[in-house]
Write a protein of this length. Structure first.
Length: 201
């Protein structure tokens, strides 16, 4: 079964002061971390959707192994990146794991669990933390048209998942990561301290 990875990394990061793809965390750009998470998690191919500062990201980031997709409508919100990314995937892809560039504590193991849910028959699967659905999500190709149609503004697959609980499989990931966002300088500082503490013996 071919399960692709899709990293949404097109936003300008107004609150943090620069595109999140270019934010450095622990010596790696967030876009590089996201690509590695999907790749190590077993997704292939991996497509990365860029938008704001597209050329700067390409110049600064090591995206070897990824297919870069340019969302020229990135200003309209995350939904356009999701639609652009889904449309870019090759026809042999049966499902995709969608991840966000600003959640660097999501781990490859969470990706593997979503892929396992698909192997076991899930049509849509969502990582949960403390019982709450967050990201990443897995979407079988049969859902893509509806997901794209229902996505709007900064809301991606959430509208579809909420409207179709009968086909959405929750996948607990509390023990293998966290869904913390990097939206502000304060959140970035907190994550840097957290990673530094984890790296100490």
């Amino acid at each position: 079964m071919t399960v692709a990875g899709l990293l949404l990394a097109a936003g300008e990061g107004r609150r943090i002061g620069r595109p999140k793809a270019l934010v450095d965390l622990g010596g790696r750009l967030l876009v590089e971390r996201g690509l590695a998470t999907l790749t190590v998690g077993g997704c292939t191919p991996v497509h990365v959707v860029l938008g704001a500062a597209h050329d700067d990201v390409l110049a600064a980031a090591d995206l070897a192994g990824a297919t870069v997709v340019h969302n020229r409508d990135w200003r309209t919100g995350l939904a356009s990146s999701l639609r652009t990314g889904l449309a870019s995937l090759p026809p042999d892809v049966e499902a995709v794991v969608v991840a966000l560039v600003d959640q660097p504590l999501v781990t490859p193991e969470a990706i593997r669990r979503l892929r396992q849910a698909y192997d076991e028959g899930a049509v849509a699967a969502v990582a949960t933390y403390d019982g709450l659905p967050r990201n990443p999500v897995l979407l079988a190709r049969t859902t893509w048209a509806d997901v794209a149609a229902q996505a709007s503004g900064d809301t991606g697959a959430r509208a579809y998942l909420r409207a179709n609980p009968d086909v959405t499989t929750p996948v607990p990931c509390d023990d293998v990561g966290a869904p913390d966002d990097v939206d502000t300088p304060e959140q970035l500082t907190t994550l840097r301290r957290r990673l530094l503490a984890q790296s100490r013996p």
